[in-house]
Design a protein around this ligand. Structure first.
Ligand SMILES: Cc1cc2nc3c(=O)[nH]c(=O)nc-3n(C[C@H](O)[C@H](O)[C@H](O)COP(=O)(O)OP(=O)(O)OC[C@H]3O[C@@H](n4cnc5c(N)ncnc54)[C@H](O)[C@@H]3O)c2cc1C
Length: 484
């Protein structure tokens, strides 16, 4: 296979794998396949790296980190470090976010991928038959195809919104001037974290969460996030139906429905951000010609990530029911590679964590309480508050808890952690679920002391609490004591 410039009427390329989309999913698949010496064509119509590298987790985390620094300065007095109110030089916040984005770019550069033996074609790919994809007139007849076209912003169908062109996350990350009065529509994980970061950086922020705040997460954990948002100064409208949006001089107005007694509520802002509503990007792919089934929510796949055309896989955010994040997209790439190269069975994971990058963070893996009860009937719920650990008290990060759900025998069903470093603390629990460990196994682990991990160790160890109260066990301990 040799490099070919899209646009020339060359003979069809015949790689082993043709990947459409160079976001985290497509890049992971293309680079791993190339490492095994497999010939790969990777097609990208826009910026290499997709949402993941240009407007995703790294950029969000950079913004959140800036907000956290502002709060650290404001709260330093509690530690005896006396400072004043921090000055926010927003243009430099922008530079920090953009530097973080730029730092990831070399990984996705055409030069690096070329050096790995990957043929990168720039342009819009589309299927022309069940076995052919075409880009800029160049046909590719691959043994296997992978659709990794991701998802794009899909602002809600709201009267008047089309007259406003709300900010996408990418557009917000590109602002060099701070939006002074920011309205955020939707209380999903990205909108929530961005609303909090921006209020910490000095914007006046109103978050309108019509479906409630973080509706897919554990309600007890969300209560901790809600408290943090309110304390930071976010004005929160939960469950409020938005009736319409209107462009006004110097900004935007949202009209919320009210009761007969209260009437409508009007919110005004300089900018409107729609961060969470996203839709699989399938436009122009001509999936029908490829014999691939799809719906509004994405490409339909079976549990092996194969589409209706068994030659074609789909991975990442373009898959129906996806939206699991870059880590899920990357994991799926690995699974498809196993299947495409080694014909190994693919088992989609349930042990990939979901994370909200607010401060404190919220991270969860496995089942939530209602699902766990539906699956196992009677369950054990173990909790431990961060306020009962030395590390959290020392760092002034006492908001939060660990919550473990287990069946009657202690088999771990799900874990939610809300608190500082939750995104790090959740990782061993993915392994615990995958290996079907019991809470008792985790209680055996010895984390460093003091550390935030003590919170989950203590939560695990609390499974023994009812045992300690048993009279027979107490009598046995008393009896053994007689022997010294
Ligand atoms: C604000 C924000 C914060 C996020 N934070 C996190 C986080 O903290 N953690 C996390 O795990 N995830 C996060 N995500 C989600 C994460 O970015 C996505 O899950 C991830 O990017 C999905 O990867 P992907 O490869 O499937 O798609 P994408 O990254 O969207 O890449 C798809 C690529 O395909 C290209 N493409 C589309 N159609 C065609 C075509 N026909 N021909 C050629 N190319 C095409 C696109 O141009 C794009 O480059 C965040 C997302 C946003 C918006």
């Amino acid at each position: 296979l040799s490099a070919t410039t899209a646009g020339s009427k060359a003979a069809a390329l015949t790689p082993d794998i043709c990947v459409i989309g160079a976001g985290p999913a497509g890049l992971a698949l293309a680079t791993a396949a190339a490492a095994f010496g497999v010939s790969v064509v990777l097609i990208e119509r826009d910026r290499m790296g997709g949402t993941g590298l240009n407007a995703g987790g790294a950029a969000l985390r950079a913004l959140v980190a800036a907000g956290a620094r502002a709060v650290a300065v404001r709260q330093a007095g509690r530690f005896g470090v006396v400072t004043g109110e921090p000055e926010i030089a927003y243009a430099q916040v922008h530079d920090h976010v953009q530097r973080v984005i730029a730092a990831g770019a070399p990984d996705a550069s055409v030069e690096r991928l070329g050096a790995l033996g990957i043929v990168v074609l720039k342009g819009q790919a589309h299927f022309t038959s069940r076995s052919t994809v075409t880009v800029e007139g160049q046909a590719i007849k691959a043994r296997r195809f992978a659709i990794a076209t991701g998802a794009g912003p899909a602002p809600p169908a709201l009267q008047g919104l089309d007259t406003i062109s709300p900010l996408t996350p990418e557009a917000l990350f590109a602002l060099t001037k701070r939006p002074e009065r920011l309205l955020v529509l939707d209380g999903g994980p990205y909108g929530t974290a961005m609303a909090q970061a921006m209020v910490r950086l000095g914007s006046a922020v109103t978050l309108v969460a019509s479906d409630g705040l973080l509706p897919r997460h554990d309600a007890e954990a969300v209560a901790i996030i809600r408290r943090a948002l309110l304390r930071d100064g976010v004005v929160l409208h939960e469950g409020a139906a938005v009736q319409r949006a209107e462009a006004i001089r110097g900004g935007v107005r949202l009209v919320l429905a009210g009761s007969e007694a209260t009437g409508e509520t009007t919110l005004q802002g300089s900018h409107l951000l729609c961060a969470d509503q996203r839709k699989p990007d399938l436009a122009g792919l001509d999936l029908e010609l490829g014999g691939i089934r799809f719906g509004d929510d994405g490409v339909e796949v079976n549990r092996h990530l194969r589409t209706a055309n068994s030659r074609v896989f789909a991975i990442g955010d373009c898959v129906a029911g996806a939206g699991g994040g870059a880590h899920v997209a990357t994991r799926q790439a690995g699974l498809v590679l196993r299947s495409a190269l080694f014909r190994l069975p693919v088992r989609q994971d349930e042990e990939t964590p979901s994370v909200v990058h607010s401060r404190p963070e919220l991270a969860a893996v496995g089942l939530q309480e209602a699902q766990a009860r539906a699956k196992a009937g009677k369950i054990t719920v173990l909790r431990w508050p961060f306020s009962e650990t030395d590390a959290a008290r020392a760092e002034g990060e006492t908001a939060g808890f660990v919550k473990i759900l287990a069946d009657r025998k202690g088999l771990i069903l799900g874990v939610t952690i809300v608190g500082a470093h939750a995104s790090e603390l959740i990782t061993p629990w993915g392994l615990a679920l995958r290996r079907k460990l019991k809470v008792q196994d985790m209680a055996e682990l010895v984390p460093p002391q003091p550390s935030f991990s003590e919170a989950w160790r203590q939560a695990s160890a609390s499974i023994y609490a009812p045992l300690a109260a048993r009279p027979r066990l107490r009598r046995l301990i008393g009896f053994l004591r007689r022997f010294g």
